[in-house]
Design a protein around this ligand. Sequence first.
Ligand SMILES: Cc1ncc(COP(=O)(O)O)c(C=O)c1O
Length: 392
Amino acid sequence: MEIKKSLENKFNTSLANLTGSPIREFDRYASSIEGIIKLTLGEPDFDTAEEVKEAAKRALDNNRTHYSVNNGIAELRTAWAKNLEKRYNLNYSPDEIIVTIGASAAIEHTISAVTNEGDTIIVVTPYFSAYEGVGILNKCNIKFIDTVDNGFKVLPSDLEKALEENKDAKAILINYPNNPSGVSYTREEVKAIADVLGKYDIFVISDEIYGDITYNYKHTSLAEFIPEQTVLISGLSKSHAMTGWRVGFIAAPLAMVRKIGVFHLFTVSGAATFIQDAAVVALNDENVDKYNKHMIETYRERKDYMVPKLRELGFEIPEIDGAFYIFAKIPAKYRDLGAMEFCKLLAKEARVGVIPGTAFGSAYNDFFRISYATSIENIKEAVERISQFMNK
Ligand SMILES: Cc1ncc(COP(=O)(O)O)c(C=O)c1O
């Protein structure tokens, strides 16, 4: 159907600066190549635990099909508060939590709630594309801190420099364990970052959605050190293989939750009631916990298989602390192609789909992201194909 001609140019002008998700876009391209092995999407290849699915079915049978309390059912907010205490030593009351439609909505509500048109937000890169997208939709100035020279970790000194240069910045967004690099921060490193941030009047939006998928050390939340200025964002999508259920969380001081809750209320109103019932089981059931641990160990095996093999082939890869990604440097002989053309070549010639580094920031034209959230058979075949491509 054609749009009425006179309406064509009447949209929100910010949309002119936004195309779709660069990850999805490249995934579509890769999908068009026959026989390709896709290591593109950041989505667990596991299915959701049976206990969680059963809980959702039970909830439906019990007619849990009505509106929920806007910020989420009390049982789920309580379960999340307990989970945060147990895993990360954080002290949130259920009232300081909002159940969101995935971490994506949490990001949207938070940026919308803390910024006005023209405000500056700082984004530590490489970054998840929604930070920029939502920032643009809110007409923010976005300043990036690149970490390309420091193994994808932000140095406290670089942080301090950016905060000094942008004294009026409203918020800073940081994500660790990081998509796309898999690097994270030790307790000491988190403390050092918190020490810098704590000196500034800035909202800290800490996206810790991969906090439960770690390999080398336990995750430490920024909220442990600077809770009074932090909006902690997480959810069940990755840790519980529940991407399609759309369950995320915000945890923050009550005064922040009240403001962010307004955006939540007037955009999505609330998460689906029967899904929240299932999410309670996801957080509380011991078998689900065992299943999650099994998933992490499986990711670890895949990583431990793939990373040394790729390094042998000449790919530079940082130490991976968490999530399920490898952010590799394009080998010297192909580097001049740039990330997009290299990834297209790899897709066409090796029939392996990966994501160009530029999807995570303009500084990452020499990199590409592999997702190892796929079967070991696919991973072995992909490594074989990449090896043939490299040795051609
Ligand atoms: C860093 C990061 N934050 C947020 C999200 C979105 O999570 P959700 O599916 O819960 O909206 C993703 C998904 O890829 C992500 O990688």
